[in-house]
Design a protein around this ligand. Structure first.
Ligand SMILES: [Zn+2]
Length: 459
């Protein structure tokens, strides 16, 4: 790729909006400079758009996209998280490495269309259908790496240790593809994943445990000790009330409380679905500078509960957004869900107002970007940093509502009054992967996905 000079109507920098922003991108797609336009300057591409940092998707289970919407046909019986989980296990038992690649490529391309430029994949579908390891240990993870590369996203692959069916419970037959009976075998998988990732430009490796249900204390400690400094550590923590009750019954503590009593939790921990926490547990999380990953559309879809966001953000808690089961893929909608849940509970309209900054949407976009970058295990010093890949979502400046909005109200208009047509395109590593709503490889990716799902015949 040759050096590219873009001119945008404005770019959101850490210091605020920079109008007439010229972004020079080097041959690797990294930012060489960001400056204001000088008259008669040579420009490669003039874009009628406003530039935001690319969205960061901090929690994904790619294979679950193949069942998005399927668990909504309720034949009379009550349906909850646990019946949804059974349907998810049935799907997990079927997916081959090739099918996973086709599903994940389609999913990641859809994420790109929604402005995501990075995804953290919480990956526990490790083994063959019979539960035995693949000959190529990280076969399934490599399907995800190829998918992200084809779709044009940065991928943080997080191999997940999964050993038990519940606290002090053996795994069930349906969980066999997730299970490493011996932690050493899991470490082999981590090393194999690292090695495979080194052949991809934009893949790095995190580490994690499925939940405190799925890994015992001894192995959780070994896993935490095994991680590299600065490596992101992910864990599902307190998604369902039953999960909290099980922990109280079997461990005599609530999940977050138990984790903090037994493990030295630091700023590299990412607690996914910290939905059910007490004030004391919230204090533990914010004091440790650990992060929470909130997945508003999935948490609503599964009937999990509402994370006490306002109190947490007021304590300067670190947070990010994930699309988890992919029932929703729209980052802006996730943020709205998060905000509106709090507005409905507290009868106030200021969930995202933070540290005296009155622009709620701007705060939400910046905080979720920072938390998201942390979740990827990438530097979150600030966005659009010189030397970083140029990853951006471009808002269409000719869309009538946007065209008539001042910079003062732009972020809020994008967040609260947007529809998909406001996104002009997505730039990843300095080049357009989505332009005018269309992914650069849409035809072949869609075709492969449709053929794959038709063969699977699960929909
Ligand atoms: Zn999850």
């Amino acid at each position: 790729m040759k050096i590219q000079k873009y001119l945008f109507k404005a770019l959101l920098s850490p210091e605020g909006w920079l109008e007439q922003a010229v972004v020079t991108v080097d041959s690797l797609g990294k930012i060489e400079s960001i400056k204001q336009y000088i008259a008669d300057e040579t420009i490669d591409e003039r874009v009628k758009g406003y530039v935001l940092p690319g969205f960061q998707n901090a929690h994904s289970h790619a294979f679950q996209y193949a069942m998005a919407g399927l668990a909504e046909y309720h034949e009379g019986q009550t349906d909850d998280f646990w019946s949804w989980r059974n349907a998810m296990y049935d799907l997990a038992l079927r997916v081959s490495p090739e099918q996973l690649e086709a599903i994940a490529t389609q999913l990641y391309a859809q994420m790109a269309c929604m402005g995501y430029t990075a995804v953290a994949e919480f990956h526990y579908l490790h083994h063959q259908h019979n539960g035995k390891p693949f000959e190529n240990t990280s076969e399934m993870g490599q399907s995800l790496m190829r998918a992200a590369q084809r779709a044009g996203l940065h991928l943080t692959l997080i191999p997940i240790l999964y050993q038990q069916g519940g606290i002090h419970q053996p795994p069930t037959e349906k969980q066999r593809r997730f299970i490493h009976a011996e932690i050493e075998d899991f470490f082999t998988l981590i090393e194999s994943s690292k090695q495979a990732s080194s052949t991809f430009e934009r893949v790095n490796i995190g580490i994690g445990a499925h939940s405190i249900r799925a890994v015992n204390l001894e192995n959780l400690r070994r896993l935490v000790a095994y991680r590299l400094p600065n490596q992101a550590f992910h864990i599902h923590i307190a998604e369902q009330l039953k999960e909290v009750e099980d922990a109280q019954r079997n461990l005599k503590q609530r999940p977050v409380e138990w984790l903090f009593s037994n493990i030295e939790v630091d700023q590299h921990f990412h607690l996914v679905h910290a939905t059910h926490i007490t004030a004391k547990e919230m204090e533990m999380i914010s004091t440790s500078q650990a992060n929470v990953v909130i997945c508003p559309s999935t948490e609503a879809n599964l009937g999990d509960g509402i994370f006490p966001f306002n109190a947490f953000y007021a304590k300067n808690g670190n947070w990010s957004i994930g699309t988890d089961s992919h029932i929703g893929l729209n980052h802006l909608e996730e943020l709205r869900w998060l905000d509106y849940g709090q507005r409905l509970i507290h009868h106030q309209r200021t969930s995202f107002i933070h540290q005296g900054q009155p622009d709620g949407a701007q705060n939400a976009l910046i905080s979720s970007w920072k938390g998201g970058r942390n979740a990827m295990g990438l530097s979150a010093a600030h966005f659009f940093e010189i030397g970083d890949y140029f990853d951006a979502v471009v808002i269409d400046a000719s869309e009538p509502l946007i065209a008539t909005t001042s910079l003062k109200h732009l972020c809020n208009t994008v967040l609260y009054a947007q529809n998909q047509s406001m996104i002009y395109g997505t730039i990843s590593a300095g080049k357009w992967i989505v332009k005018q709503g269309k992914h650069q490889h849409a035809e072949s990716i869609n075709k492969n996905f449709v053929e794959t799902i038709r063969k699977m015949a699960n929909r």
